[in-house]
Ligand binder design. Structure first.
Ligand code: MN3
Length: 207
């Protein structure tokens, strides 16, 4: 979809359905305020550079250096913000899905037993100084955990860890502060209760 036509995505679950892991208040604010704001600011950039509006968002994020300097940082932050949150919502679910045997086997291959995978994701999240994201990437060498700062993501050229995104977890304080205050670790432990393991598996196994 062209950037000029982007809309705030509709969630497949209700704002209250991820409680107690993520509260309704957090979900409402995160989706209708933060995510909307990234979109609004990205569309402001289209007003400055109409050709940006004709591009796909993935294309723009992968080629930030092609944009004029006056909007480049704003597209990086807000285009990244819009893109990353659109992914993030898809990796959450209220359906209480457990990882399948197939997914567990792939995780075992690359990270060890599920608890070790979980701990590695949590450690990655705790290692992000300030705001950022945790990524699980499918690379030719297997699955890899990566982190980025701010709204950067693996599409961007300045990110070393390239690969297909098969999980995205927001570690900005706005994702957990209302529910967990500064306790990022508890947020990350609990988010495993509402991850959409089916979606992760489908992406890894390219279903
Ligand atoms: Mn966020």
């Amino acid at each position: 979809m062209k950037i000029k036509d982007l809309k705030l995505p509709v969630l497949k679950y209700s704002y209250s359905s991820l409680t107690p892991n993520i509260s309704e208040e957090t979900m409402v604010t995160h989706h209708t305020k933060h995510h909307q704001s990234y979109l609004n600011k990205l569309l402001e950039c289209v007003q400055v550079d109409l050709s940006l509006g004709e591009k796909e968002l993935e294309e723009a994020l992968a080629n930030l250096e092609e944009l004029s300097e006056s909007i480049r940082k704003k597209v990086q932050n807000n285009g990244g913000g819009f893109y990353n949150h659109t992914l993030f919502w898809q990796f959450l679910t209220d359906k209480k899905i457990s990882p399948s045997q197939k997914l567990l086997e792939v995780l075992l291959r690359d990270f060890g037993p599920f608890d070790e995978f979980k701990q590695k994701i949590i450690n990655a999240g705790l290692s992000v100084f300030g705001s950022g994201w945790i990524w699980l990437l499918n690379t030719p060498q297997g699955l890899k955990i990566a982190t980025t700062q701010n709204q950067d993501n693996p599409l961007m050229l300045n990110i070393q860890d390239r690969g297909e995104i098969v999980l995205a977890i927001d570690v900005w304080e706005h994702a957990y502060y209302l529910d967990y205050k500064q306790d990022r670790q508890s947020y990350l432990e609990n988010i495993f209760n509402v991850l959409n393991y089916q979606k992760i598996e489908d992406l890894i196994l390219k279903k």
